[in-house]
Every structure is written in C-alpha cells, then in structure tokens.
Ligand binder design. Structure first.
Ligand SMILES: *Cc1c(COP(=O)(O)O)cnc(C)c1O
Length: 232
C-alpha cells in the first residue's frame, strides 16, 4: 500500500512537471515520515524512497540508527539551537533555517566537525502568525548575513504554505517564493546557490511543481493520516 501510494504520487509529480514543461527528474520526492514507525519507513525504503523528512531531532536520530545508511535525512521542522549539535554532519539538508542565530550555531558546529552543512532559508510566504520562517521582505538580508558564515552553504528556499481546501489558493505563494529565489540569485552572492526550492505537501504539491518546486514533502499522501497519539 505504501508502495502503491509512492508510485501514485510519483506519477502525479511527473504529470505536473510535464504540464509545466519541466523535466520530471528535476523534482524529487521527500517522504515525510514523522510519527510513522520504523517498519513503515522500511517499507518506503524497499519501494525505492531514499529521501526522508522528519521534524523532530530525537525521532530522527532514533530512526537513523535503525535504517540503512544510504538514506538522505531532511530536517524539515523548527530547529532549536541546542539540538543543532546532534544533527550536523548527519543530515543531508536542513530546510528550516529562519534566523541568523540558528545559522550561527549550525556554522559553529559544522566548523568544529569539519563539515559543510547544506541549508535552506525558510520563508513564511503567507505571513501567517502560526508559522516559523523569515518574512519575504527580510529574506534577502538573512541570506546575505548567513552567506558569510563558514561551514554553511545556502542551497535555496523552503516554505510551508497555508492549509487550504483548494490548492490553487497557494499558487501565488509558490510563485512568489520562486520569484524571490530568482531575485536573490541575481544578486550573485558568494556561497548562495538558489537551485533548491522545497515547497508543496500532500494537498498542494502538484501546484508547487508547476510553480518550480525541486523538492516536494509528502507525508499523508504516502503513509496515510498520522496518528499523533503514538508519536513521541
Ligand atoms: C508534516 C510536514 C509535511 C507533510 O505534510 P502532509 O500534508 O502530510 O504531506 C511537509 N512539510 C513539513 C514541514 C511538515 O512538517
């Protein structure tokens, strides 16, 4: 069933890419595994998934230990500075950098461990009070400040769009994030790449791909509804 869901999501992703005149291989699927037990991650792994997204450090570390080494782990949730030391050097990409202080901590830890950490800047495109992320207006300033830190590479931008019934409502936010990444790219800042756009979830990933997403983060669409009562 997990395998069928993955195949179905991938088919929808391919279709969305083609509609937008994009190459399907330019968009990757992150299976958002939070709250799911390891056995279900193993199932997704066997179906071919290698990119897994988690939003809690402790849960991610526990799962890492029990699963194959070739999984690329994506930290997609709000990250506290005191947890940074546990994931630097172990995660593939940190999607949720929303402050200079957090970036400084990642930098410090990365230098200490002699690694380069790839990060995305999280942007609160719809300016929702309930969401983390820098504002669209302050994003460039944050990118410029973070770009100067050692041990960090800014790969692009991430956003969590509002929860909506009709995904078309989020199209404008995805379009704005893409435009913001183009604007930032045009500044030619050292150490800033902007080739990654992490946007789109189960309800709106197809629209996000049409607007330029390079990673979509899909949980429910692969694993079904989450049971928070069993999660830690
Ligand atoms: C949980 C989560 C997702 C996946 O959401 P679904 O609607 O289940 O696809 C994507 N991104 C982030 C940051 C999340 O926390």
């Amino acid at each position: 069933m997990i395998k069928d869901n993955i195949l179905q999501v991938q088919a929808q992703m391919d279709a969305a890419s083609r509609r937008a005149g994009r190459a399907p291989e330019d968009v990757a699927l992150i299976a958002v595994t939070k709250t799911n037990p390891v056995q279900r991650l193993q199932e997704a792994y066997e179906a071919g998934s290698r990119d897994f997204g988690e939003n809690k450090v402790q849960e991610m570390l526990e799962k890492m230990e029990q699963l194959p080494q070739d999984i690329r782990w994506h930290m997609i949730g709000h990250l506290q500075r005191n947890k940074v030391k546990y994931i630097v050097g172990r995660v593939y990409l940190i999607h949720s950098v929303d402050s200079l202080r957090l970036a400084q901590e990642i930098s410090r830890e990365s230098v200490k461990r002699k690694v380069i950490s790839d990060i995305l800047i999280e942007v609160n495109v719809a300016a929702e009070d309930s969401k983390f992320g820098t504002s669209e207006q302050e994003a460039l300033e944050l990118v410029e400040a973070v770009a100067g830190l050692p041990g960090i590479r800014i790969k692009g931008l991430m956003t969590i769009a509002p929860f909506v019934e009709n995904p078309e409502e989020n199209r404008v936010y995805f379009r704005n994030l893409k435009q913001l990444s183009v604007d930032i790219m045009s500044k030619n800042i050292d150490n800033v790449f902007m080739d990654v756009l992490s946007m789109g979830m189960t309800g709106d990933y197809q629209v996000a791909i049409e607007e330029g997403a390079t990673y979509v983060r899909v949980g429910t669409g692969i694993f079904g509804a989450r049971d928070y009562s069993v999660s830690k």
